[in-house]
Design a protein around this ligand. Sequence first.
Ligand code: CMC
Length: 433
Amino acid sequence: MADGATQKTVTLLVDGKEISLPVMSGSVGPDVIDIRKLYAQTGMFTYDPGFTSTASCSSTITYIDGDKGELLYRGYPIDQLAEKSHYLEVCYLLLYGDLPTAAQLEDFENRVTRHTMLHEQILNFFRGFRRDAHPMAVVCGVVGALSAFYHDSTDITDPWHREVASLRMIAKLPTICAWAYKYSIGQPFVYPRNDLDYATNFLHMCFATPCENYIVDPIFTRAMDRIFTLHADHEQNASTSTVRLAGSSEANPFACIAAGVACLWGPAHGGANEACLRMLREIGTVDRIPEYIDKAKDKNDPFRLMGFGHRVYKNFDPRAKVMKESADEVLGLLGVENNPTLQVAKELEKIALEDPYFIERKLYPNVDFYSGIILDAMGFPTSMFTAIFALSRTVGWIAQWKEMIEDPEGKIGRPRQLFVGAPQRDYIDVEKR
Ligand code: CMC
């Protein structure tokens, strides 16, 4: 609010008494009503399960305009970053607020690259899992376990500890995910190669073996890097809010990111990419699409079109647009543009976008609709899709976690409730029940 300007307020009438609540404005986006004193003034809480109308924090990192289909990282549109930037530069942007100079970028890349190896003892930790464990179970467990291996970066009150923990996680997540994959297929772990860029190194750790030379196709590197960039952050989504909530209790950073991984796993969130590809394969052929559209519209059937709809986007998800182009590019260059799954996806998208059910509810394809097709073409099994999402999102979680820790207004997250259970009653001895 400028000097001399009047504070914008809203007035609430409670039992005939007027309560004035301040309104806060951001740099863009809707104003928010500051209800922090509401309980003290009225004895009432607000009720908003699912946080559909609640801003849980203020943030400078990522902005989404769901009606326009706009996604900005630190002000930069996602399509420009996907086209012109690359993942580690985007990581720098998300963490530090501005695009780096060439020298800053080189320094950052060196700092991340120094941390790509895992403590050798972590190998034993991997080996404790069943071979058929889902990679997300392994990633969640290993990320949480990092706090047992890197004690020297768990003091959240020390900015240097926070910085080192951040770099460690950004650097080690590709190694953890690649090793979860290698373990599941019974192949030896491939150690990181610091002469390779971030995306190439990840692909190398996933697909190389010690017995022969493996050169990563630059088309795959570009597609992988784009997938990382498009998933890097997405403001206060479920997993990010989980990380913030876990962090608000001053838990160590590795534990907080493990909490984010666990939340991401669900099919309504990051698990949708795996569920989407399974659905596209189940549909199988274009002629079966109407049957699945009908199922999605039937309120007595729990089936939903995976990769469709979003809490915030009520217009095309801008990430899905870039992802669709990338799918065309990768499959075209592999010479498999007639891939039946891609054909089903394109036709399904077309039919759904013309259907009044989807039009009325503003249900558009989201980021997960096309990402699975690209990852599948690259040779990843579906069980790895969400793990790759977790790898990509780690930087966003960390940037949001750091912002929360450094916020002077920070408080432990502690929502209240509308209690609808039994009021106080006296204990009855078991023989009298
Ligand atoms: N298929 C069919 N109907 C749908 C779908 C869908 N995918 N998504 C929403 N609807 C309907 C829903 O039944 C409801 O209809 P009605 O008003 O008649 O009851 C209406 O649209 C609004 O849905 P909602 O459940 O109130 O919306 P929400 O904001 O709570 O849920 C969502 C958002 C993403 C969980 C949901 O759209 C969904 O389950 N989509 C499929 C899963 C998916 O693709 N998730 C990935 C999201 S993007 C990546 C990420 O966040 O990780």
